[in-house]
Design a protein around this ligand. Structure first.
Ligand SMILES: Cc1cc2nc3c(=O)[nH]c(=O)nc-3n(C[C@H](O)[C@H](O)[C@H](O)COP(=O)(O)OP(=O)(O)OC[C@H]3O[C@@H](n4cnc5c(N)ncnc54)[C@H](O)[C@@H]3O)c2cc1C
Length: 425
């Protein structure tokens, strides 16, 4: 089968890799003129980790990992008021857990694709259904026939818009904005620590990447602004929202001009169906869980892996493959999305009481002997659920591949996403 894939992020090349493994012909299209590899660190574990392991890329990821040891909440003077021992997460997962730039995952997955045809600076701009497949109209006016087209083009998917209509039907704004940017020579460093200062409605944090670059993350409630800032208004809006906040926040704001700035709505995508005709969606395009879920990368890889297997197993019956893919994953992913909403209060509680409660829970979680002290998937306020697939074999999702995996959620980090109106990465 010849499959056109729009988007070379995480899901797209993962799908291409597995389709090629099964003997099919994937073709990747990416509207950026190069692979977008800059990125914030994400925690990467669970099912996605297992898929990555099978692709032989875990060594690459480990080489770019940060050994994250501590999540530290500080007050406006920089004094620690609560912390969690994040190093214990890795122990709980027997080391099958990395904190790594999203871009490193993107690069490793893409490299694994080898000779797969990939076109950068070109995207699928039009789709015409045919009885025996689908015709893509490319952005450079060429047309190309495929057996199926997959939208792997992220939260603001163009394929979704083309096939299902306006995103406003499916995008659920979670009433918060996120910004991320870097400070190359940021003066305050706590290696392996994720340090955060959070007051009502606002969160500011930093973590140092493996290469010494500090990444700054700001998350805040939308109600602090009277309208969503346009591209040219973002920096001023951030300065306004974070004005007067203590700790290192004034210094952090000083780095806004240093380089690329990611800014976006915190949203989920919830769709009644992921496919129509010969077109389907995967990853954030189909079911973005938002940064609140903290497992979007792993989910994107899992969805791509399962989709490739189903396309292969269906022997050319694309509709059957799409149906099976969705049957296997959609309820599970919807559960992930629902659970993620709990973490909105973790980032930006809307009241002082909420902030105090969050900090208290964090302190309790860190107490020696606390059942929560391991910060494991069952215990951390931001990683508090083990999801229903555990410990189901991946082979249950796609026939014939032996492995066991657990999928869990919860992560407060972010990365430089590339699908943002004001992102030049
Ligand atoms: C702030 C933040 C923090 C996060 N933290 C974590 C975390 O800790 N752990 C975790 O697992 N996940 C995390 N995630 C989520 C995770 O990064 C995403 O879920 C994951 O990247 C989704 O992969 P994807 O391939 O579906 O989409 P993306 O990674 O967004 O890739 C989409 C690709 O499509 C391209 N594209 C866009 N439009 C078009 C078009 N019209 N034509 C062609 N190409 C196009 C883009 O340039 C991009 O290359 C976080 C996300 C955010 C925003």
């Amino acid at each position: 089968m010849k499959i056109g894939i729009n988007g070379v992020g995480i899901a797209g090349p993962t799908l291409a890799y597995w389709l090629r493994e099964y003997g099919h012909e994937p073709v990747l299209f990416e509207n950026a003129d190069r692979l977008r590899t800059e990125g914030y660190v994400v925690d990467f574990w669970g099912l996605g980790y297992n898929v990555a392991e099978r692709m032989g890329i875990i060594g690459d990821l480990r080489a770019k990992a940060t050994e994250q040891e501590r999540l530290s909440f500080v007050d406006r003077h920089g004094k620690e008021i609560a912390h969690l021992d994040t190093g214990k997460v890795r122990e709980q997962w027997n080391g099958r857990f990395v904190t790594v730039p999203r871009g490193a995952i993107c690069q490793a997955v893409f490299d694994a694709c080898g000779e797969v045809r990939a076109e950068f600076g070109v995207h699928i701009a039009g789709i015409e259904e045919r009885a025996d497949g689908v015709e893509a109209v490319l952005s450079d006016s060429r047309t190309e026939r495929f057996d199926a087209i997959v939208g792997a083009d992220g939260l603001h998917s163009a394929i979704r818009e083309l096939v299902f209509g306006p995103s406003s039907q499916f995008e659920h704004f979670l009433d918060a904005y996120v910004a991320a940017y870097r400070g190359s020579d940021y003066p305050h460093v706590n290696p392996g620590w994720y340090v955060a200062h959070s007051i009502e409605n606002r969160w500011a944090a930093r973590i140092q990447r493996f290469d010494g670059v500090t990444v700054i993350l700001l998350v805040f409630r939308a109600g602090l602004l009277d309208h969503e800032p346009r591209h040219d208004e973002v920096k001023a809006a951030l300065r306004q929202v974070y004005d007067g906040m203590g700790w290192e926040v004034p210094e952090m704001l000083g780095y806004l001009d240093e380089g690329p700035l990611y800014f976006d709505r915190v949203s989920q995508i919830r769709m009644p169906a992921w496919s129509k005709g010969h077109v389907t969606l995967v990853g954030d395009a189909a079911a973005c869980p938002s940064l609140l879920a903290g497992e979007g990368t792993g989910l994107a890889m899992t969805e791509a892996y399962v989709l490739a297997g189903e396309l292969h197993a269906a022997g050319g019956d694309v509709a059957l493959a799409f149906r099976r893919h969705e049957e296997k994953l959609s309820a599970f992913v919807a559960g992930e999305q629902k659970g993620a909403l709990i973490f909105r209060s973790f980032f930006a509680p809307s009241s002082r009481l909420g902030v105090a409660a969050r900090n208290l829970i964090t302190r309790l979680a860190a107490l020696p002997g606390s059942r929560r002290s391991s910060l494991g998937a069952q215990s951390h306020p931001s990683r508090s659920r083990i999801i229903g697939l555990a410990p189901r074999p991946l082979g249950n999702l796609v026939g014939g591949l032996p492995a066991t995996a657990r999928l869990s959620t919860g992560r407060e980090a972010c990365y430089f996403s590339h699908r943002s109106p004001c992102c030049s990465l």
